[in-house]
Write a protein that binds this ligand. Structure first.
Ligand SMILES: [Zn+2]
Length: 149
């Protein structure tokens, strides 16, 4: 007697940060982790950034005056993606926002070489503010849907 078993696999990707359905937009912009990160960065830069890819990409098309903003937004996106992949493939544990902010700081420090000389001080100042935010991140208010565009 043979028994046949049919297995149906439903492939739904779950966000490794918050367990909601994972999409590209979610990981980089809608996830509570991404929103908190963009809120911190927006506060430091004095510019609302990280609403969506169009919002971030608008500054990429601008001239050199947004160079520091573009380096930081690129570092945020790259760090979120690398951390998400390290959680997925290297099975490192998610330990909180300071983990992500620390990675962004490390990446920005290594990217100082691509920053124009006349903007290095501005970038360094932002890096220091991100470091400070990372050290007190547990004391920041939780991000809700009140983020304005
Ligand atoms: Zn999420």
């Amino acid at each position: 007697m043979r028994i046949y078993i049919t297995v149906t696999v439903i492939c739904v990707y779950i966000c490794l940060f918050c367990s909601e359905k994972e999409t590209i937009h979610h990981v980089f912009f809608d996830c509570v982790v991404a929103k908190q990160c963009w809120k911190i960065v927006s506060g430091i830069l004095g510019v609302q950034i990280g609403v969506d890819l169009v919002n971030v990409g608008t500054y990429w098309l601008s001239n050199k005056k947004n160079c520091v903003l573009n380096i930081i937004s690129s570092a945020v996106i790259w760090s979120v993606w690398k951390l998400r992949n390290d959680i997925c493939f290297q099975r490192i544990g998610w330990r909180g926002m300071e983990m992500l902010l620390g990675r962004i700081v490390g990446l920005l420090l290594s990217w100082m070489v691509i920053c124009p000389v006349d903007m290095k001080d501005s970038l360094k100042e932002c890096i220091d503010k991100i470091k400070t935010a990372a050290s007190r991140v547990l004391w920041l208010p939780f991000v809700s849907s009140q983020v304005t565009t």
